[in-house]
Design a protein around this ligand. Structure first.
Ligand code: ZN
Length: 379
């Protein structure tokens, strides 16, 4: 199917704005084929999955006996981590420490949602606040670098902090809201390069940053993917992969039980991410992350392809308020709107223009697929 020379998958809404997309003879893309051939046959949300999950939960409970909490759970205020919090406490009977990283861009809805859940479920919340001057400088460095993945400073801080906290306090289990149900299609690497690549982060900071990163947490792939799990025994668990998870139903449940508030779009709990995914990325690069999100929902039968196509006809940002958002982001970063516009119009770069650990990720992904630990993954 051709549309202004953009080819779109006949089954989902991924298209050739993802330049590495491969269509088979029926016009079905490789994201869909990976889902049907690799993920779906190994993904069990029925009794089989529940049995595996129960074994994991029993282990966590046993090892956490006598401790104040038996695991940590990273929360953003978005639906995945919010629903996970509910499931873990109410249905699985764990007592997690709720871990939140405040990178300075929380929306008011996110703050409310986290508070309501933590209070409603009588949980303990630990909030790590990132040094604002440092992350602001790093975010500006990413704007100046010209790459698409300017949300790395936030994402990297979220994960690095969680791993560091777990390691420091000897907590063996980190629970995350990562899941196949809403994320079985992943953002292509060309759209969003690996947030955990510390070599790339440091190179961009070295070239465009102005302040040293003193307290900003930097992790690296070998530390958290090899040393922590295999030497220190710290495991990352995705409980939502073992149970039925329907996004709409989950949101309604949280609304009814806790007065949780819905977001217009995934990842809009951060004001920066909202600006970045709805405006910056599609406008500057033509990458619309809704295609990835909707395609995941189409594949897991939570949305129809027609609904997705209809929604994609509208811009992801609100044309009425985008000027205010643009101004808000510029003000917050202490630059003029003219300077922000300059970055919007600057030559486009990609992750290959800077130092990276790309080869380690590629080898790692091959290994993980070979032993069956990873089914989908980025590409
Ligand atoms: Zn497809």
């Amino acid at each position: 199917m051709k549309n202004n020379s953009i080819s779109i998958c006949t089954n989902c809404v991924m298209d050739s704005t993802d330049s590495k997309i491969i269509f088979d003879k029926d016009g079905i893309c490789d994201h869909c084929n990976t889902f049907y051939n690799k993920i779906l046959p190994n993904w069990h949300t029925d009794e089989k999955g529940r049995k595996v999950l129960n074994q994991i939960i029993d282990k966590i409970k046993k090892e956490g006996k006598g401790k104040n909490f038996n695991c940590i759970l990273g929360i953003s205020g978005g639906i995945d981590s919010s629903f996970l919090t509910y499931v873990v406490k109410e249905e699985l009977g764990l007592n997690p420490l709720i871990f939140h990283v405040d990178a300075g861009w929380n929306s008011q809805i996110a703050v409310n949602n986290i508070e309501r859940l933590v209070d409603g479920l009588s949980l303990d919340l630990y909030t790590e606040v990132i040094n604002w001057e440092e992350i602001k400088d790093l975010q500006l460095a990413f704007f100046k670098s010209g790459v698409p993945h300017i949300d790395v400073p936030q994402d990297h801080a979220f994960f690095a902090n969680m791993y560091k906290f777990a390691s420091k306090h000897k907590i063996k289990y980190i629970l995350t809201g990562g899941n196949y149900s809403t994320e079985c299609v992943r953002n292509p690497i060309e759209w969003m390069y690996y947030q955990s690549d510390s070599i790339q982060l440091k190179d961009i900071h070295k070239k465009f940053g102005q302040k040293p990163l003193k307290s900003y947490p930097v992790t690296n792939i070998l530390w958290h993917k090899v040393y922590l799990p295999y030497i220190k025994g710290i495991k990352l668990i995705r409980p939502l992969d073992y149970i039925p998870y329907n996004k709409e139903d989950a949101m309604q449940l949280l609304v009814d039980k806790f007065g949780w508030q819905k977001y217009p779009q995934k990842h809009f709990e951060s004001r920066f991410t909202k600006f970045y995914e709805s405006y910056w990325l599609p406008k500057r690069f033509g990458f619309d992350t809704r295609k990835v999100q909707y395609s995941s929902l189409i594949l897991t039968e939570q949305m129809t392809r027609d609904e997705a196509i209809k929604e994609l006809k509208e811009p992801a940002y609100d044309p009425e308020t985008i000027h205010q958002d643009f101004e808000y982001v510029a003000n917050k970063l202490d630059i003029s709107t003219e300077e922000l516009q300059l970055y919007m119009d600057s030559p486009k770069k990609n992750y290959k223009d800077y130092k990276s650990q790309d080869f380690i990720y590629r080898i790692g992904a091959k290994l993980l697929k070979l032993v069956g630990i990873e089914r989908g993954g980025k590409r």
